[in-house]
Design a protein around this ligand. Structure first.
Ligand SMILES: [Zn+2]
Length: 428
């Protein structure tokens, strides 16, 4: 921690450094003015919006006596909102640019640089916090640290390290001879409760801040099944218990009924995809209080014909079922958080998920809350998700009312993270 006098002296010489070190506390104060802001908790637009920001945080919202600040920034015609959050991304993955052989052709350095470019695209699209759910060689942890240190622009990143699953399962890279990529808990391949415990401990040791496991088969891997359960309940439970002992959340990729039920019973915090949800599985998820993170936009964004034939078949199998599963989750009143699997479709298009959800019956307000208010609970970041005194100044601005047209979230005009401006409309 810097002492106060040092902090002030630092700020005086830091005008140029601010760009490179957005995460540093600054003594500067700012008045941010816009036509209105969205109060996500109350679900109303408040007009006008006068937000006072100091040292990365919001210190006043529409004060009756606005204080004098060092700077004023006006955003005429725009609506301020809390920064968006995406609970399921893969920054180091770019399916459109080829991915099948990444594991044997790309070094950790390659992956980190690819991921850093994608982190910037994600931030510029209005996403100020993301979870990255699975990357090789801790490239995701490296990006998260570089962003935190101000070396490269990006959202706050909660990284998982290697996603953990069984030998030959959805988290394993298959199709190579045994001498290539030998499976190990260190790389997220585990075959007993003890190995799951070890795999989780290893990811945490090297910087994971969320644990990701593969509870079932999936589309983008080589198993014949699209959604069969893979680890046993005991293995899933070992992973969940270990994550929780470290105070971390655990996310489970789970497509089919048995795996969704086992993951919920094991105590995971979020079920990812849940593409083949059934009423019985929804009931177990509800009873255990797990969140659901459906990923729907990618179903329309990825051309099945672009996938290898076996994967294409699985993709088509879950396409309509995923949408029905989402409707079922809404009817069952499950806790739903916004996630997209970015990387399977191009990074920066994350907000396209909102429209798909509203087309399937979720209200625009609930969709926005799932990416702000509810996401802050699942991601365990109570310091963001609303425009409120004391919270981080992670703010975006759009034109118009996102509650009447959620598609305006696809065109974010202003992005601020921790009080630092990354994107701003051109001056008239
Ligand atoms: Zn994923």
């Amino acid at each position: 921690m810097l002492t106060k006098p040092r902090l002030l002296a630092h700020a005086a010489t830091a005008a140029l450094l601010v760009l490179a070190t957005p995460a540093l506390a600054r003594a500067e104060t700012l008045t941010l003015k816009a036509d209105r802001y969205l109060d996500v908790a109350r679900g109303v637009l408040v007009s006008p919006a006068v937000i006072i920001i100091k040292d990365r945080a919001i210190t006043a919202v529409n004060p009756s006596q606005p204080p004098t600040t060092d700077r004023t920034l006006e955003l005429p015609g725009l609506t301020l909102m809390p920064g968006l959050m995406d609970a399921h991304t893969h920054l180091t993955l770019d399916v459109a640019r080829g991915w099948r052989h990444d594991a044997v052709t790309k070094t950790a350095g390659d992956l980190a640089l690819i991921g850093a470019a994608n982190a910037e695209k994600t931030l510029m699209a209005g996403f100020t916090t993301i979870r990255d759910l699975g990357a090789a060689d801790f490239a995701d942890v490296a990006i998260a640290r570089a962003v935190e240190d101000g070396l490269t622009p990006g959202p706050h990143i909660i990284a998982a390290g290697h996603a953990t699953g069984i030998t030959g399962g959805h988290c394993d890279i298959t199709g190579y001879v045994p001498s290539v990529l030998p499976p190990s808990p260190e790389r997220g391949i585990a075959d007993s409760p003890d190995e799951f415990t070890k795999a989780v401990r290893y990811q945490i040791k090297y910087g994971a801040r969320v644990v990701k496991i593969c509870a079932t088969a999936g589309v983008m891997s080589d198993e014949a099944s699209v959604g069969a359960q893979q680890p046993s309940l005991a293995e899933l439970k070992a992973a969940a218990d270990e994550a929780h002992r470290h105070g971390l959340k655990i996310a489970a990729h789970a497509v089919g009924e048995a795996g969704v039920i086992a993951a919920a019973e094991a105590g995971v915090d979020s079920i990812e995809h849940a593409s083949l949800l059934t009423p019985a599985a929804a009931e177990v998820v509800r009873r255990h209080g797990a969140y659901l993170v459906p990923t729907l936009y990618l179903l329309d964004a990825v051309d099945p014909a672009s996938l290898p034939p076996a994967l294409m078949k699985k993709g088509l199998q879950i396409r309509e079922a995923s949408k029905e599963s989402f409707k079922l989750a809404l009817r069952a009143k499950l806790k739903i958080v916004f996630g997209t699997d970015a990387g399977v479709y191009p990074h920066g298009d994350n907000a396209k998920e909102f429209y798909v959800r509203t087309q399937l019956g979720q209200s625009a307000l609930e969709a926005v809350r799932s990416s702000t208010l509810y996401a802050s609970a699942l991601l365990d970041v109570p310091d963001r998700g609303q425009i409120k005194v004391g919270l981080l100044a992670d703010l975006i601005a759009v034109e118009g009312d996102p509650l009447t047209d959620v598609r305006i979230l696809e065109n974010v005009r202003f992005v601020m993270k921790e009080g630092h401006v990354y994107k701003q409309p051109p001056r008239p």
